[in-house]
Design a protein. Structure first.
Length: 158
């Protein structure tokens, strides 16, 4: 029981760090939470249910995630916005070399001068891998949105 609780707290801390970096920054630190061969994907429930490999956002390595962050911070011409994540319902399954994790998410967005709206809801389906130094990193981070319709442009990872 003690080991299960320690693992749960460790995974919760990783999730908390992930959403804090997106919500509060620095966004440039986000890639440090991923393995070199990581997959970051945002898709819809419809795509998953139909077996379609389509993605709203896709990065197939840590380097691709770094490129995405660079584009957000330096190249994007978007209306200033704030996002806020709520993550709940964490479930874990420990394998031999990885941990499968899932959690519900809700992301709220506030565009400058406008009312806050619910931007997206869904479920994370993730694979975590322990590193040689003992830390846990995301090997796969897949956000499955309940709807394929996104209110505004998808700027930040979910």
């Amino acid at each position: 029981m003690q080991a299960d609780l320690a693992l749960r707290l460790e995974v919760e801390a990783l999730y908390a760090r992930y959403v804090a970096l997106i919500d509060e920054g620095p966004l440039a630190a986000l890639p440090t939470l991923f393995t070199d061969d990581a997959l970051l994907k945002i898709t819809s429930r419809e795509n998953v249910d139909r077996g379609w490999r389509l993605a709203l956002m896709l990065a197939e390595s840590r380097a691709a995630i770094e490129d995405r962050v660079h584009a957000i911070e330096n190249l994007s011409l978007t209306i200033p916005r704030r996002v806020r994540h709520i993550v709940t319902g964490l479930l874990l399954e420990q394998g031999n070399t990885t941990i499968t994790a899932g959690a519900n998410f809700a992301v709220f967005e506030t565009l400058e001068g406008q009312q806050t709206v619910c931007f997206a809801t869904g479920r994370y389906r993730d694979v975590l891998r322990r590193q040689a130094d003992g830390s846990l990193l995301f090997q796969e981070k897949i956000a499955i949105c309940d709807s394929a319709l996104i209110r505004n442009s998808l700027v930040y990872p979910l």
